[in-house]
Design a protein around this ligand. Sequence first.
Ligand SMILES: [Zn+2]
Length: 116
Amino acid sequence: MTGLRSKEAEEEYREHKENGGLSKGCPLCSEKILKEFKHWKILKNRFPYDRIAQDHDMIVSMRHVKEGELTDEEFIELREIKNNFVFDSYQYVIESSMKQKSIPEHFHLHLVNTKD
Ligand SMILES: [Zn+2]
């Protein structure tokens, strides 16, 4: 199956993971915030889906929790942000399946604008 990253980008990401990059604390908790809401933040993806993406950001819960641990209030705000900010700013919202998720313990969705 062809992935969403180029071979080079996938290799770089694999190396980062193998060198323990993801075990040095959660990157979704420490990356610079591009935009901040009450319960959610927008971050730039350091390892973008570069085969398809011009812009690749992520919407991430402020709390380090799995999807099943999100509160109703957090879900309500997520829906508002999706319907307003996200749909105005991005072409696609992508959720990886469990098989693909590298950080399943911190809920996030991928926000993508594709290349021309
Ligand atoms: Zn986290």
